[in-house]
Design a protein around this ligand. Structure first.
Ligand SMILES: [Zn+2]
Length: 267
């Protein structure tokens, strides 16, 4: 099988993981900028991180035959510090033309605070000004429903942003409908403990159909599984979904969305 991993934090993973992805049929891996597990103390920390995402990590992936792409932003958690966030956002335009950059992400909300909302709006404005795709992180657990509603309001209030150029990630049973109904793409994150399991994600696909949905592992420095997408593909096949439909979900759909960026090219 072939597939695209549209959301993985490879800077936190080992070369063994790159090898396993390649052996499982992964042809491209896309890495949104996110929280490193600790708060960075200055914009310089983000400058170095953006260099890592646009220079070093593509080279590391290439050694295993994988294309590496990235998204740039300051994540919602560290956006609580508005001054820091504004300084980091000011760094982004100098990186946006680099060849593996797909857009602005993963922006969004963490605790649905006023400061996070302010910086979410600043990122959406940046994406609109630079004509970039947007990848959105939705909050965890009890904050998810409210946070998803707030995010959709921000995006719908920005006429320069077209919904088909935005993916709202980490949807679950109670948020996927409102995201798709509003015309956005929706990402399902497969986690061993929190978020969706492969079986739940397949249930959602069977309920909502395949259009404008993708699957990702969002593997990072915590408990997560870099092979979650091929495992979900196996679950789809086990339940009798034909090979062509599985290919559409794990390869065709992410290719369709990501190809809206001129930088996204498969070999
Ligand atoms: Zn992420």
């Amino acid at each position: 099988m072939r597939y695209i991993e549209p959301h993985a934090h490879m800077v936190s993973r080992t070369t063994d993981d790159y090898e396993r992805l390649a052996l499982a049929g992964c042809c491209a891996v896309c890495e949104p900028a996110f929280w490193a597990g600790f708060d960075r103390s200055s914009p310089a920390g983000f400058y170095d991180y953006f260099c890592q995402l646009t220079e070093h990590e593509p080279q590391r992936a290439a050694k295993f035959g994988l294309q590496h792409y990235c998204w740039l932003c300051i994540n919602p958690k560290e956006s609580e510090d508005v001054k820091l966030a504004e300084e980091v956002i000011a760094l982004i335009p100098q990186f946006i033309k680099r060849p593996n950059v797909l857009g602005i992400g993963e922006i969004g909300l963490n605790k649905n605070s006023r400061n996070e909302l302010k910086i979410l709006e600043a990122h959406v404005d940046l994406a609109a000004r630079l004509g970039q795709l947007v990848l959105v992180h939705t909050p965890h657990l009890e904050d998810k429903l409210k946070g998803t509603r707030l995010i959709l309001d921000v995006l719908r209030n920005e006429p320069r942003i077209r919904p088909e150029r935005v993916i709202i990630d980490h949807v679950e049973e109670h948020t996927v409908g409102m995201v798709l109904d509003a015309g956005f793409w929706a990402g399902m994150t497969l986690y061993p403990e929190t978020k969706c399991t492969p079986a739940r994600a397949v249930d959602i696909l069977e309920t909502y159909g395949r259009e404008r949905l993708w699957l990702n592992s969002a593997c990072d420095w915590g408990v997560s599984d870099p092979l979650a997408v091929p495992k979900a593909a196996r679950e789809l096949k086990r339940r009798g979904h034909p090979e062509t439909q599985v290919d559409e979900i794990v390869f065709g759909n992410p290719k369709k969305f990501l190809s809206q960026s001129p930088n996204f090219k498969l070999p």
